[in-house]
Design a protein around this ligand. Sequence first.
Ligand SMILES: *[C@@H]1O[C@H](CO)[C@@H](O)[C@H](O)[C@H]1NC(C)=O
Ligand SMILES: *[C@@H]1O[C@H](CO)[C@@H](O)[C@H](O)[C@H]1NC(C)=O
Length: 499
Amino acid sequence: MQYPRPSKLFALGLASIAAAGPCDIYSSGGTPCIAAHSTTRALYSAFSGSLYQVKRGSDNTTTSIAPLSAGGVANAAAQDTFCANTTCLITVIYDQSGRGNHLTQAPPGGFAGPESNGYDNLASATGAPVTLNGQKAYGVFISPGTGYRNNAPSGIVKGDAAEGMYAVFDGAHYNDGCCFDYGNAETNSLDTGNGHMEAIYFGTNTAWGSGAGSGPWLMADFENGLFSGQGSKNNAGDPSISYRFFNTILKGGPNQWAIRGGNAASGSLSTYYSGARPTASGYNPMSKEGAIVLGIGGDNSVSAQGTFYEGIMTSTYPSDATENSVQANIVAAKYATTALTSGTALTIGSSISLRATTSGYSDRYLAHTGSVVNTQVVTSSSATSLKQQASWTVRAGLANGGCVSFESKDISGSYIRHADFVLQVGANDGSKLFKEDATFCPQAGLTQGISIRAWGYPTRWIRHYSNVGYVGSNGGVHAFDAASSFNDDVSFVVSTGFA
Ligand SMILES: *[C@@H]1O[C@H](CO)[C@@H](O)[C@H](O)[C@H]1NC(C)=O
Ligand SMILES: *[C@@H]1O[C@H](CO)[C@@H](O)[C@H](O)[C@H]1NC(C)=O
């Protein structure tokens, strides 16, 4: 082939030299994006605007994070600088399509969110670090209770009109709650009936449909039903997913829909279902309403968890060929895992003690009395039993080896876990929930030493409050979430264990 001469390149302009983004590919296929969301990268080669906004706990101010360059990866370093020594939440996920279809904190609906005003929680800005082509970025880590929404977007399709969408998720972060969704939903946050949604679902909920094996599965949330295929509840062609990065696709039009998926880090897409609409009443024709949800069901069901990296919606039915090109683009973005913790290294197998640093409490250590986790005054002359109660063996994280778990020194096989955000020492029952609730991610302390966030609730940190142990969020709804002295209460000095 002939290469353009430099003068010709110059005339083409930089935008045409930069590799096409997913939405450039959809445009070329005649099915342009009408919403484009990502906290990790620009989805158009020419996009250099704001990807998302974060708010920090220290002064409640916000800043917007843009790509490092047009079409590039998010400037995670700008977030790290802004959020240093405090907590940060993702307040807005901007729409890159130019239509203003931004996602913000979901309001109360059929189900109320956990905030005092019924709104859903916002996601931590630091719960889902990854790299793209070696550059650090952050995804949106959705814990139960967290959700984003836009109930009045522009141009999202209604009724039986055709649309398409894709989303890239963490294939290892899911549960069986309802419903970790991205896509088209009701505009009033209520369940208005069958066929009023068309959203990507990912998880192990089996109340309506399922696929092969034990999940998790990609399914379609059409409201009052998660569908893996046409009529029967189980579609053996819808596989259990074990990809760390999972590209999910849903598209639907008049009596026609499809789900497709693939490893977002390599290879191609497979079609899990393509065919007619469900036969149950209300799904043909559809009655789509045209709102957008992320992390929740159409009626604001908030029990699910998952991680979102990027996703888009169209207002026409994309071709398989267009989606295949987008898959290649996502693979070329080179999503990869990176350290979940930074600024500290706890040695697996070592015994540690954790000293409180809050003024007036700095002679107290994180300890337990039976199943209750508390802080107690411990010295070198304390009884052996108390020294053991204030010592913890560092184990590889039960739910995620990138973080750690804390095994009791005196009750072997029992670990610190949170339940309703209160810390307990409990026996490992081997359940997914126990392992997740017993997994913690330490990092450099907000004021000194280390601070330790709950893996499954990265807005929540191990905190002492009235000398009892919690996972507290900075300024949340519980007394133990109080913003006052939060940074000190979550900062602990690590020493060799008393026992
Ligand atoms: C930030 O806002 C929250 C909620 O309105 C409030 O409780 C908290 O005191 C504020 N923090 C600062 C530092 O202004
Ligand atoms: C910020 O955090 C670092 C790491 O824990 C600590 O060394 C530093 O003293 C903190 N700065 C402030 C102002 O708290």
